[in-house]
Design a protein around this ligand. Structure first.
Ligand code: GLN
Length: 229
């Protein structure tokens, strides 16, 4: 299985490249072979089973979008590659997004998501309910994202902001979008396994690691805060 970390020099804030490390580690622990490749701006754009787009500041985010447009990135995903898009990544593959000032920049139009500027900037811990489980992470963005018809959110915001204070991210076939840094797959081993399982097309053997204990501690903190408020 090939995992590509796309333009880490532009879309690599808050260690989102760590998502590849978490995936690879949890895959290899089950004897699933994984290669991880970093793709840099001038590189020939490689094929991959899963592309990872991370967070980024407005300027680099715009540059990354231009290059992704040039290499036909959206078609690669339409043709079957999977995508995990975090924060700026989530905005870039949408219809358009707001950059410095109030300028609007065209996205890759892979999903019908639109991002405008919002105040205050959303900064801090975030928890999102996905089905019966919680995702925990960190967010730092000025964008507010609304989802067009037919695009489902990833989950409901329990604390923090996410897309708009109510829901976070989106979910489409083969595409996961979220505002959560962490890196999100390192902090939420159950979600890492869910994505991995979809990639390999079968259920995975359970795997206990220190990440599960850290995750449980974070969830206790979030839910404790919720019930105390
Ligand atoms: N530049 C975008 C925003 O501020 C994304 C930020 C990020 O990826 N952390 O909304």
């Amino acid at each position: 299985m090939k995992v590509a970390v796309v333009f880490p020099e532009l879309l690599g804030t808050y260690g989102d490249g760590g998502n590849a490390l978490a995936l690879a580690w949890r895959a290899r622990a089950r004897q699933i072979s994984v290669s991880v490749q970093e793709v840099h701006l001038g590189d020939e754009f490689p094929d991959a089973d899963l592309y990872l787009l991370g967070g980024g500041e407005d300027g680099p985010q715009r540059l990354a979008t231009e290059r992704l447009r040039e290499v036909g990135f959206a078609d690669r995903v339409r043709e079957g590659a999977r995508l995990l898009a975090v924060c700026a990544g989530l905005q870039v593959v949408g219809r358009h997004f707001a950059v410095e000032g109030d300028d609007t920049f065209p996205g890759l139009d892979l999903v019908p998501a639109v991002t405008v500027r919002g105040t205050p900037r959303a900064v801090g811990d975030i928890a999102v309910r996905v089905g019966s489980r919680l995702l925990v992470g960190f967010e730092n963005h000025g964008g507010r994202t609304s989802l067009g018809e037919g695009l489902s959110p990833l989950g409901e915001v329990v604390s923090g902001t996410g897309n708009d204070g109510r829901v976070d991210g989106y979910r489409a076939p083969g595409i996961w979008g979220t505002y959560l840094h962490g890196p999100v797959l390192a902090q939420n081993p159950w979600w890492c396994d869910e994505i991995l399982s979809e990639l390999v097309g079968e259920p995975l053997a359970p795997l206990e690691s220190v990440a599960d204990r850290l995750y449980a501690a974070r969830v206790r903190e979030v839910t404790g805060r919720e019930s105390a408020s």
